[in-house]
Design a protein around this ligand. Structure first.
Ligand code: HEM
Ligand code: FES
Length: 778
């Protein structure tokens, strides 16, 4: 057998001595064999350490761990998404097996850690999660915000005049613990004891301690267990208190077979790590990230409205959970590799979060990144972190208070950061910062408990994430066609982008999407071509007529919903009119890679064909022009007569062109045709023309009314169901939900014709039910 990679190459090259074999009998590559998640270099930068794997061997077997390591975004998400095929049962298993001595020590303490929530299989898990979810709804969480802010300000008062502090020891370790205990309802007297044991639990579950260390740790884990049980017993004796553990106890009395006693006992210990260290570490990581990239810190000081997205971007680039575990319940394929039944998977979220096929310019900290919220640090799917909005809220409030009171804060330099050696929890053990106390804008805490801006509990809002750019140059590129070169305002460059990306330009009350299509002449800048549509809705007229060199405007993105599959053997690029812009970027990319492509460019006349001179200059040998005025109409059936499974056809142009291609593509291999729509105007909701319907959610047992003035997505979100959303207009596929019954009225531009006919998937942001009722797998 061979270990396939997505590039189709076996990473194993003849080596002496003979390499280790994976459980499926495949030789393990040298780099896979060398992978050590406990090494200090890995702890420093897990994403960089696994770059080779993302690029060449995205799923590999680690003999050191006995796990299959999964490193790419789509694969990690696919595993999280399917919790039947990939069971979470091993999430809290000791990654370093316990010796008999350790087992004996733990037994001596009556240690009986069992299934909680995070490692429970279906159907038990969902039944339990449903009963215990209310406390996490955004409106219920709002009440914690004043307490978090008050604590933040009190802790800052203690050091604000000192000029120097270790933020981990003096603030970030303590406050999330206090808030976690408060949220759970744990009485204060229990808190002090629990504090001492948290590290032992992390090392016991995710660390690689030596046999001697294991014994000392086991004693602390045992004491932690006993303390937690004593506290729980006290709470169960008086079960009418406030807090999530009390709610769980009450649900246990109502539904003892769902919220079992064993669950309560295990959860009492597990939830502390889940709620406390995750948030402490994530906060320390966020400050470390923003202060290391000073311009990011200064950006949130200048524009506090960026803070919620800064939280999300920091969770992406420096999440506090770097890897999580699943077990394959049967043999399956993942990333081109066979995973045997019972194969254990280490899903490295820290690597997935840097996958360039999902995040543009992933190594850059970009506070304006629109899809930062799609990071996998909170997991995904049925087990996605229930406490994510508590974590987010704390991080946001801490940033707000530092921006308000210590904006000139800086890292003590030089400083190296140490991380606890384990596979999953990551945060610096200390974070030293310094400042000049006399420069503090607010030295004494007043009674200020107001947020810096009107922030919501939950994921960051999508609007307001636009950066300011300047028109560096404006060129006429044909009849009614203007090419703009856009430069950053201030130092630095705009984020790198990949072929197929687009940006939103925002000016004069208009917001429009344009593909990026620049060459190499203006590094760090963006180029777009705008076609002035005399009969349009006014946006393109405004951009072409009003914007001049030197003017500033807002820009959101870049974002790529039209990715080039560089692994295909043959590429056929088809563009009509202004549709050339993303296609030109693809042609540039394919040429620079030396890959095979042909480029078809259709237009009414040469004057109507954008940037024709450059297309001809750079792609003459691959180009065929189809110019109507010169009698050369594009005959798609003839051009595309020999499309095989290794061919990809990319197209951008008017709806008519796309419809013709879709008809031809019915006979092609699924996924051969890829096209882009820019405007999904048909998706705008007109309540006059809609009817209300009901969405029944099979997994969560909810019945959600969707009124005529709301989208399905809005109704689901209002009911507390997490469905991610990106474009909000049927273009990107992020909000896809699975449909079990009921006909779908598809309004998106994502699904192919055959996918629509299958009636199994729908985009919740725009599509609706044909009838009165639809049943969703949610
Ligand atoms: C589950 C991360 C904060 C409660 C999880 C999972 C991750 C995670 C990776 C597993 C997801 C999966 O299997 O798909 C984080 C991070 C946090 C954080 C990075 C902070 C930044 C919190 C807080 C609480 C909490 C504050 C509670 C107050 C839970 C619970 C689950 C969970 C109950 C289990 C959900 C289930 O299995 O259905 N968290 N967490 N977390 N988290 Fe968090
Ligand atoms: Fe993009 Fe719905 S959010 S298709």
């Amino acid at each position: 057998p061979s270990t396939a990679t997505t590039a189709g190459r076996c990473p194993f090259t003849s080596a002496t001595p003979a390499p280790a074999l994976s459980p499926t009998g495949c030789p393990v590559s040298a780099r896979a064999a060398a992978f050590d998640p406990f090494a200090p270099s890995y702890q420093q930068d897990p994403a960089a350490t696994l770059r080779w794997a993302r690029e060449e061997e995205p799923v590999f077997y680690s003999p050191e761990l006995g796990y299959w390591v999964v490193t790419r975004y789509e694969d990690v998400k696919a595993v999280f998404r399917d919790n039947l095929l990939f069971s979470p049962s091993i999430a809290l298993e000791k990654i370093t097996p316990a010796s008999p001595e350790v087992m004996a020590i733990l037994q001596g303490y009556g240690f009986a850690m069992n299934r909680t929530m995070v490692n429970e299989d279906e159907p038990e898990h969902m039944a339990r999660r449903r009963l215990l979810t209310d406390a996490f709804l955004p409106e219920r969480l709002m009440r914690y915000e004043p307490a978090i802010r008050q604590l933040a300000r009190q802790y800052m008062d203690r050091f604000i005049d000192k000029g120097r502090a270790d933020l981990v020891a003096e603030m970030f370790y303590e406050i999330p613990l206090t808030i976690a205990l408060h949220f759970l309802g744990v009485p204060d007297e229990g808190a002090e004891q629990l504090r001492q044991f948290a590290v032992a639990h992390t090392l016991n579950t995710w660390g690689r301690p030596t046999p001697e260390e294991q014994q000392a740790i086991a004693h602390n884990v045992g004491r932690f267990w006993q303390t937690a049980q004593n506290i729980l017993d006290g709470m169960m004796a008086q079960p009418d208190g406030e807090g999530w553990m009390y709610e769980s106890i009450r649900q246990h009395h109502l539904h003892p077979e769902v919220v079992t006693l064993s669950y309560l006992r295990s959860m009492m210990m597990a939830i502390l790590a889940a709620a406390h260290e995750t948030t402490s570490n994530a906060t320390a990581n966020a400050f470390m990230t923003l202060l290391t990239q000073r311009e990011s810190w200064e950006a949130i000081c200048a524009q506090p409205a960026l803070i919620p997205n800064a939280v999300e971007e920091c969770l992406r680039v420096a999440g506090s959970i770097v890897a999580w575990r699943r077990r394959a319940t049967r043999e399956t394929q993942l990333g081109g590799v066979t995973i045997p039944q019972d194969g254990k998977l280490l899903l490295v979220q820290a690597s997935a979060n840097f996958d360039p096929t999902h995040f543009e310019d992933p190594d850059r900290v970009d506070l304006y990144r629109e899809n930062a919220v799609e990071h996998l640090t909170f997991g995904y799917g049925a087990h996605q972190c229930m406490g994510k909005n508590i974590g987010r809220m704390q991080m946001r409030v801490f940033l707000e208070e530092f921006v308000r009171r210590l904006p000139h804060l800086r890292l003590v330099q030089p400083q190296t950061f140490d991380f606890l050696s384990n596979t999953s929890f990551r945060g610096p053990s200390a974070l030293w910062v310094e400042w000049e106390p006399q420069h503090n804008p607010e030295r004494q805490a007043g009674a200020t408990l107001t947020p810096l801006a009107d922030f919501q509990v939950g994921p960051p809002p999508k609007d307001g994430l636009a950066r300011t750019v300047r028109v560096l140059a404006k060129h006429t590129e044909g009849e009614q066609l203007h090419r703009f070169v856009l430069a950053p305002v201030g130092p630095g460059r705009l984020p790198h982008w990949t072929a197929g990306s687009h940006v939103d330009l925002i000016a004069g009350g208009f917001r429009r999407k344009y593909s990026l299509c620049g060459g190499t002449e203006h590094p760090g800048c963006y180029e777009v071509v705008v076609q002035r549509e005399a009969e349009g809705r006014g946006g393109s007229r405004y951009f072409c007529d009003t914007l001049q060199v030197g003017d500033t405007l807002q820009l959101a993105g870049p974002k790529n919903l039209f990715r080039l599959d560089e692994s295909a053997g043959r590429h056929i690029l088809v563009a009509a009119g202004i549709g050339i812009t993303p296609i030109l970027a693809m042609a540039d990319r394919l040429r620079s890679l030396g890959l095979s492509y042909e480029l078809h460019y259709a237009g009414r006349s040469r004057q109507h064909m954008a940037w024709l001179s450059r297309v001809q200059r750079d792609h003459a040998d691959r180009l065929r022009l189809h110019i109507k005025a010169e009698g050369q109409r594009m005959d798609l059936a003839q051009l595309l007569s020999a499309v095989d499974a290794d061919t990809r056809v990319y197209a951008c142009g008017p709806d008519r062109l796309i419809a013709q291609l879709e008809a031809l593509a019915e006979h092609w291999h699924e996924g051969t045709l890829r096209f882009e729509h820019f405007s999904a105007e048909a998706t705008a909701l007109d309540p006059e023309k809609e009817h209300a319907f009901v969405a029944e959610l099979q997994d969560s047992g909810l019945r959600v009314e969707v009124p005529r003035h709301q989208t399905l997505l809005q109704a689901l979100q209002a009911a507390g169901v997490d469905v991610p959303c990106d474009c909000g207009e049927g273009l990107c596929g992020t909000c896809e939900v699975n449909v079990l019954s009921g006909d779908i009225d598809h309004r998106d531009k994502v699904l192919t014709k055959s996918e629509r006919q299958a009636n199994q998937r729908m985009m919740a942001c725009c599509s609706r039910a044909v009838g009165q009722r639809i049943v969703l797998a949610l």
